[in-house]
Design a binder for this molecule. Sequence first.
Ligand code: ACO
Length: 322
Amino acid sequence: MIYSQITGTGSCLPDNCVTNKDLEKIVDTSDVWIRERTGIEQRYIAPKGVNTCDLAHGAAIHAMESAGVTTRDIDLIIVATTTADRVFPSTACLLQSRLDIHGCPAFDVQAVCTGFIYALDVADKFIRSGTSKCALIVGAETFSRILNWEDRTTCVLFGDGAGAVVLQANEEPGIYSSHLHADGDYVDYLHVPCGVSNNYQAIIDGTAYVEMKGSEVFKMAVRMMGAVVDEALEANDMVRSDIDWLIPHQANIRILSATAKKLDLPMERVVATVAQHGNTSAASIPLALDTAVRDGRVQPGQTLLLEGFGGGFTWGAVLLRF
Ligand code: ACO
């Protein structure tokens, strides 16, 4: 039996750190409001000229170093992103070229904030089927580019960044199971209401912005993130106390603590980086994972539950032995 296992993690943030106090100068908000309602203290915003592929590249290099593999070992590249550098080709192809890798499959996955969970599941299936042996999976975003910097209800929430993992074939798990979901009935709750074939003019005009029904998103996020955790545990005959670390999508500390409470998990077992990074969409889970690996919280052999929720709605979880 072939399984897949995460053998290295990496991340990359732009240099430009923007605090809540900095945002007070741009929109009618306050440090206190942002902290109390979201838990966010700061976020990193990519300056002009730094694009999603640049951040993906930085994270990929760190992940390969930590796995002890080289570009010659990589036989699959998947990038989860909502903020691709180009309409096409994929950011994965741009990254492949930047890494001087040639020939292996490379493609993007779009599931907004659940994108990394979707990408990890796809890569796991490539490896389990014997098609790939060493995959590079990246979540990377420059979400700041689709924010309306005059809309205080959205612009304070998000940030830019990238996280990556190397996933390799192994005789033992690794990934125990993945659980992906979507319900397109909710497309209008959290979206950028234009695209290439619909109102392209908004993209040309630079007014293609995130719109969100915040409180509805909040309620669904708590409900679905709680449900998918139970689904993953049940599928593996595990109980909540078997989880060493819950590593959720980092949208809002109140969503994280409500999910933890619902699951009866102490916050000490939840990796929370939303205070430092804000919501980095598809990058948030691998960024949080890499942070907890590098500061020594996450150790080899531990059981991790990664879970995400995002536009679509999409949601999902991956249960694994690190
Ligand atoms: N600064 C100051 N006041 C603000 C701000 C701000 N940045 N934003 C909104 N307000 C005001 C509102 O205008 C409103 O004022 P009013 O009562 O006079 O009308 C008041 O604060 C309360 O607004 P609510 O929207 O009810 O505030 P709420 O407690 O719901 O918090 C928030 C809003 C933080 C957006 C919350 O709903 C939330 O976190 N929702 C989930 C959003 C999310 O996580 N999205 C991403 C998940 S999926 C993904 O990552 C793509």
